[in-house]
Design a protein around this ligand. Structure first.
Ligand code: OSB
Ligand code: MG
Length: 370
């Protein structure tokens, strides 16, 4: 594959309802899409960085900058066949910037697999043709509003509910939702690091609600705190933010800081490392699930392929396009009988609709020389 250029396209999609997390409220998704173009093939990837460095240090303008100044030149320097694997060594010379790397690596992988006529699901080793749908529910204005929203998701067929929690919005909303959905229904919470170890006794009160897990209760750099907390609460701890590589996953597991791991391809630099995280967790007997970053259909398609791997035994933040968007840039992913179909076409298996794309594009840069 020889590339003639790369497109960096920022799209702005309004959300169907505000998504409030401990990191702040989101009203729209400003997403950076990366398109690599060769003579007879093209490939797409989505950068999951947000406009502000709130979830991690990455943010959209920073991703654009690092792509243009460092990652595209690193890609141009690849000698021999351009593949996702060939990008790993040159990208390792650039520290961090996992989301920017993941977007470009995915675009190349998409193009490479299209040429080979192979789906991403097959390439990664998927064993399921559909994956159960889970939904991440933001902090609401009131318990009544929360119950109404959760009720809508139950009606839509979602098989697992995740509630965002923070100090002041935890025990009571969890209690109310548990009463609504009944004892056996899969329920978990995510704090995005909003607590400290001094909250251990308070967090232990969540043990009464039979949660599958509590995700990232403490700040991302507090691995030892998570290990201590794990001895003070019965709810299993799942880590998200600090798991930036397979090695980081093994460290967290070995320290006793994580009994479950959330895999986000953007957070670990792409689908190749995401599969390695999946594999090392399996080797340690640790279940994983695929997280979400409010992706458009481009990122959602690829996440579905990953979620179909054998050790993704917990339901992920893999929801239908209409969970977030009225009109996605691809044809929408739909929840049917509580599950979403894994794309089967070559590569990530979807393409953006050009007309929709043009109406939602806010910035578009075409880079010929890298
Ligand atoms: O912590 O899992 C998170 C969305 C944006 C940033 C961080 C997180 C989330 C979610 C997943 O909760 C939302 C989704 O895409 O379904
Ligand atoms: Mg999370």
């Amino acid at each position: 594959m020889r590339l003639s250029g790369v497109e960096l396209r920022q799209v702005r999609l309004p959300l169907v309802r505000p998504f409030r997390t401990p990191l702040g409220p989101e009203y729209e998704r400003l997403a950076l899409l990366v398109r690599v173009v060769g003579s007879d093939v093209e490939g797409w990837g989505e950068c999951v960085a947000m406009p502000e460095p709130a979830y991690s240090s990455e943010y959209v303008d920073g991703s654009v900058e690092v792509l243009k100044r460092f990652l595209l030149p690193a890609m141009a320097g690849v000698v021999g066949e351009l593949t996702a694997t060939a990008l790993e060594a040159p990208f390792a010379a650039v520290k961090g910037h996992w989301m920017a790397k993941a977007a470009l690596q995915t675009a190349v992988l998409d193009a490479q697999l299209r040429l080979a006529g192979m789906s991403l699901a097959e390439y990664l080793g998927a064993v399921h043709s559909t994956v159960p749908a889970g939904v991440s529910v933001g902090i609401a204005d009131s318990i009544d509003d929360l119950l109404a929203e959760v009720g809508d998701y139950l009606d839509a067929g979602y098989r697992r509910i995740k509630l965002k929690i923070e100090p002041g919005w935890d025990i009571e909303p969890v209690r109310a939702v548990r009463e609504l959905i009944g004892d056996g229904f899969p329920l978990q919470v995510d704090a995005n690091g909003a607590y400290t170890l001094t909250d251990a006794a308070h967090l232990a009160r969540l043990d009464a609600f039979g949660l599958l897990l509590i995700e990232q209760p403490l700040p991302e750099d507090d691995l030892r705190g998570h290990a201590t907390l794990a001895r003070r609460i019965a709810t299993p701890i799942c880590l998200d933010e600090p798991i930036t590589s397979a090695r980081a996953a093994v460290d967290a597991i070995t320290l006793g800081a994580a009994a479950v791991v959330n895999i986000k391809p953007g957070r670990v630099g792409g689908y190749l490392e995401a599969r390695r995280v999946h594999d090392v967790c399996a080797a340690h007997g640790v279940p994983v699930w695929v997280g979400g970053m409010v992706e458009t259909g481009i990122g959602r398609a690829a996440n579905l392929a990953l979620a179909a791997l054998p050790n993704c035994t917990l339901v992920g933040d893999v929801s239908g396009s209409d969970r977030f968007f009225t009109r996605d840039v691809t044809s929408p992913f739909v929840v049917e009988n509580g599950a979403i179909a894994v794309p089967t076409e070559p590569g990530i298996g979807v393409e953006p609709d050009r007309d929709v794309l043009d109406t939602v594009t806010v910035v578009n840069e075409w880079i010929v020389r890298m």
